[in-house]
Design a protein around this ligand. Structure first.
Ligand SMILES: N[C@@H](CCC(=O)N[C@@H](CS)C(=O)NCC(=O)O)C(=O)O
Length: 193
């Protein structure tokens, strides 16, 4: 299996973490996003989305970080068989894409490259409301679903733990901070570079 990876991306970090924790053999192809390597005709012939992460396994290829996590985790300890637990895991992964990925990810990049404050301000209410939902949910739970670590935790961890660098201190989210520490304590955990 080939994994198209870019170290700067939180979405690719999700897949890097899962590949390590499930010890799935793979080959890495690094894409330099800052040089525009995801936008070349050559890359788009392999991956019509022109984005990473992306995997190619023989004649099967797949984009979207959360779809990749769900596919690769099938049958493993990170994705329970129970249909309702799976539905709840998917619920949180859809929430991540809708409420947190861009709302934290875009300001994160803007802070890094010194982008306009207006972009950061635009995403702020969405990020804050997403973090509040997460705090309320985690106040009475160890992990997002079923009291055990799953792909939902990997998915939401990637951008949530970078919230302070995107301008959200997490001071008002103690349960989120404790959950972040629990995710970091998982076997074969690796940091987002
Ligand atoms: N929703 C997608 C988003 C993928 C995405 O936007 N990837 C960014 C990096 S985080 C990318 O490849 N951008 C292409 C570019 O900047 O040229 C996912 O979860 O995988």
């Amino acid at each position: 299996m080939i994994f198209y990876d870019a170290p700067v991306s939180g979405n690719t970090y999700k897949v890097r973490l899962l590949l390590r924790q499930l010890a799935i053999p793979h080959q890495v192809v690094r894409i330099d996003l800052l040089k525009g390597e995801a936008r070349t005709d050559e890359f788009r012939r392999i991956n019509p989305f022109g984005r990473v992460p992306f995997i190619v396994d023989g004649d099967f290829s797949l984009g979207e970080s959360n779809a990749i996590l769900l596919h690769l985790a099938r049958g493993s300890r990170l994705l329970p068989d129970d249909a309702r637990l799976q539905a709840l895991i998917q619920q949180w992964m859809f929430f991540e894409q809708n409420q947190l990925e861009l709302a934290i990810g875009i300001p994160l990049i803007q802070q890094k490259i010194g982008g306009p404050q207006s972009t950061i301000d635009y995403y702020r209410p969405r990020a804050i409301s997403g973090l509040k939902v997460l705090e309320r949910h985690l106040a009475t739970r160890t992990f997002l679903v079923g009291e055990s670590y799953s792909v939902a935790d990997i998915s939401l961890f990637a951008y949530t733990h970078r919230a302070p660098q995107a301008g959200h201190s997490l001071e008002e989210q103690p349960s989120v901070r404790e959950w972040i520490a629990r995710v970091r304590g998982q076997r074969d955990f690796i940091e987002f570079e």
